[in-house]
Design a protein around this ligand. Structure first.
Ligand SMILES: Cc1ncc(C[n+]2csc(CCOP(=O)(O)OP(=O)(O)O)c2C)c(N)n1
Ligand SMILES: [Mg+2]
Length: 576
């Protein structure tokens, strides 16, 4: 293997005396890492010096939070582990939001954080922070390396833990003296992690019980989460849904696991899910949950969730089973293997009445909006994006109404196509996520459908996109409000819009100042042309859509209500 400077890189397996920094680089290469998101600082300089010569792509964000979101989106879109390297103290502290985002959405990341010299730890040394203490609740695993001899093994374990079982972020804290200390390294040995056991193959009896329940069911619903995407099980899901003839609804993170153009698709369920998905869940006699965790945004009031249903739950994480909702038939293991086995045992059933009922709900309550309006409607922007990109783009999002419109009005047809912060709901995720996705998929069209205030949080990363010539597209659905907050204030706080609108810059001008293309759209007639122009850009491009300021997201299950108690259905009915 050759480095940037032409020097050959020894595989770590070859026994020789090396510095800690060299061991880190060699172990990363051994793990197949070719791209990293890194921000420097004093205690990681020995490592940065070694990385200078390494055959890896280096992306420098403008803020460590941005770097972590980039690594996260890189992982979500490529299926590989995202790698981020930052300095101690403020660098590591800036990672926490990114780590929590990845933790909540089960995304594999290995974060290497520099630490002050071992002898200074606990002394309030310059740029010292208790990184393992701070990141413990937001990581799947974390540790500090105290001996250079432990370094290679710890990094290998970090990658293994991040990417196996239910994936998640791992932090490895490395004091600077360990980076310069030397030792002899041996090749990888078999992983031995007492207490970390992963069950991949599902229990055969349980699978047969599940198959019987499916065969006997008259009103089944498949409820699919992001776990199906991380398990690369979309093909197996399609096969099961087709063979047994099952309607499929997904969570926000599950979008893309099942082609939304198929007639069996019920689209997204939950607080802002489709009426037909929510009604179907409330009336089903069998709920087959796969790689999903019964989050409160999905279930609404737990007591009345899917009240007539027997529940099958297929998940890699045993702690998810019966956590929120009682499960009748649990199957723990890898969704890909289990779905394939289950498919062998199920039979086709027509379920005419059930599909007729679903078709009626679909007809009565489709996602809709006022198409006659003279203003720029956000839903119209998303629909037009979908039309012009033929449902093929990778979409990232901010958080709020923009995220829900991106979920409702773009049609996702393949896995790893939507990259959105579901569990933590992190505003500011969209732009750095678009950068990470574009790095992973250089030939893809990557579009960040963002909110104005979400974009405000990390817009500095536009400079990163410009520096690395990443032709990402940003569509700001600019309502001049923290729209989702305003919607709640309108509905539940008597329209008292307390601090939910801050002043915004002129985004097109900001984009141009940073070296990107900037476009402003304030007329409905210009939406289509502007999107066409945006899609033709080779440079990063920001389009500021000045949308209808007080548009709301419908339907809505108010917090604490049952899934079938949706507001806004009358509005949807009127707008068809
Ligand atoms: C970091 C962070 N802070 C606060 C919130 C709470 N929050 C959720 S949605 C929202 C408003 C988002 O505004 P904007 O990005 O403009 O999106 P819109 O709803 O207008 O589409 C806020 C403040 C959050 N999700 N994340
Ligand atoms: Mg907004």
């Amino acid at each position: 293997m050759k480095s940037k400077s032409g020097a050959s890189v020894k595989p770590v397996g070859e026994s020789s005396l090396k510095t800690g920094a060299q061991i880190i680089v060699d172990t990363l290469l051994e793990e197949g890492v070719d791209t990293m998101f890194c921000y420097p600082g004093g205690v990681v300089l020995p490592l940065f010096d070694r990385l200078y010569d390494a055959p890896v792509r280096f992306i420098n964000p403008r803020h460590e939070q941005g770097g972590c979101h980039m690594a996260d989106a890189y992982a979500r879109t490529s299926g590989k582990v995202g790698v981020v390297v930052v300095t101690s103290g403020p660098g590591a502290c800036n990672l926490t939001t990114g780590l929590a985002t990845a933790m909540m959405d089960s995304v594999p990341i290995v974060a290497l954080t520099g630490q002050v010299r071992t002898e200074l730890i606990g002394n309030d040394a310059f740029q010292e922070a208790d990184t393992t203490g701070i990141t413990r609740p937001v990581t799947k695993y974390n540790c500090i390396v105290k001996k250079v001899e432990d370094l290679a093994r710890t990094i290998r374990e970090g990658f293994y833990i991040a990417s196996t079982g239910r994936p998640g972020p791992v932090v490895i804290d490395i004091p600077v003296d360990i980076e310069v200390a030397k030792c002899t390294v041996n090749g990888p040995v078999e992983m031995n992690l007492p207490g970390y056991r992963i069950r991949t193959k599902g229990n055969t009896k349980q699978i047969s019980t599940a198959a019987r329940a499916i065969n006997n069911s008259e009103r089944p619903v498949l409820y699919v989460g992001g776990g199906v995407i991380s398990a690369n099980a979309s093909e197996e899901l399609r096969a099961l849904a087709e063979k047994a003839h099952l309607p499929v609804t997904t969570t926000l993170l599950g979008l893309g696991s099942f082609d939304q153009r198929k007639p069996e698709s019920l689209d997204m369920l939950g607080m802002h899910g489709s009426a037909y998905a929510n009604y179907a869940v409330q009336e089903c006699d069998l709920l087959i949950a796969v790689g999903a965790r019964f989050d409160d945004r999905v279930t609404g009031k737990l007591k009345t969730f899917a009240p007539h249903a027997k529940v099958i739950h297929i998940d890699i994480d045993p702690s998810s089973i019966s956590k929120n909702v009682h499960v009748d038939i649990p199957v723990v293991g890898d969704a890909r293997l289990i779905l394939a086995e289950l498919t062998r045992e199920v039979e086709f059933r027509e379920r005419k009445q059930w599909f007729k009922k679903i078709a009626d709900w679909k007809k009565k309550y489709p996602f809709s909006y006022d198409r006659q309006a003279t203003t720029v409607k956000p839903q119209c922007v998303v629909e037009e994006l979908c039309r012009q990109t033929k449902s093929e783009a990778i979409i990232t999002t901010g958080v709020g109404q923009n995220q829900m419109w991106a979920a409702q009005f773009y049609r996702y047809i393949k896995p790893r196509q939507l990259v959105s912060s579901g569990g933590l709901g992190t505003m500011g995720f969209g732009l750095p996520a678009a950068i990470g996705a574009q790095v992973a998929k250089p030939d893809a069209t990557v579009i960040d459908i963002d909110g104005d205030h979400s974009f405000n949080m990390t817009m500095t990363e536009l400079a990163t996109a410009v520096q690395y010539n990443l032709p990402i597209k940003v569509c700001i659905l600019n309502n001049g409000y923290m729209g989702m907050v305003r919607q709640w204030q309108e509905l539940f706080y008597n329209k008292r819009y307390s601090n939910s609108s801050l002043s915004n810059p002129d985004y097109a001008t900001v984009a141009q100042a940073i070296g990107a293309v900037g476009i402003t759209v304030d007329r409905k007639e210009d939406v289509s042309k502007a999107i066409k122009k945006m899609l033709a850009q080779k440079k990063p491009c920001v389009v500021d859509f000045r949308i209808d300021r007080e548009e709301n997201v419908w339907p809505m299950v108010p917090a604490g209500k049952s899934l079938n108690e949706m507001d806004g259905l009358d509005i949807l009915e009127r707008l068809i």
